[in-house]
Design a protein around this ligand. Sequence first.
Ligand code: IDP
Ligand code: MG
Length: 150
Amino acid sequence: MERTLVLIKPDGVQRGLVGEVISRLERRGLKLVAMKLMQVDDALARQHYAEHVDRPFFADLVVFISSSPVVAMVWEADAAVEVVRNTMGQTNPASSPMGTIRGDLALDIGRNLVHGSDSLESAAREVALFFGHAEILDYQRNTDLWINEA
Ligand code: IDP
Ligand code: MG
């Protein structure tokens, strides 16, 4: 079973889309195992986006992600990384298909509402940045057999 980090970025919280984003992930069948509303500080923002440090948009990205609260979550499923990525859509909302979070709800690459880890390695790193072990819950979900055959 994979675990992946999802952030509802400041634009999603400010626009009142927290419930909408969570609802789409829930309805897809993913299992929520950790969640908190939090303020990202400059240090965490830089660590989270470390792979982009040399990109021209890095400074704006760090300022934006720490400009207002985010909702940080860990979601679990077989292939959770891929499933979250295709539920979110493309990085640029303008080229995201309808039916995806970014394709339905966003327009601008710098205001694309959500973050989802892009690989299992990134997921492990990012989950550990945002959550301690004790914050990630292991629990039975009674609908599991209605979502997964085995
Ligand atoms: P992802 O969020 O789809 O994984 P990444 O390439 O990891 O996309 O980029 C991280 C974030 O940086 C994006 O979600 C987006 O908000 C921002 N970003 C990516 N490319 C650009 C760009 O060319 N201009 C401005 N912002 C960008
Ligand atoms: Mg990324």
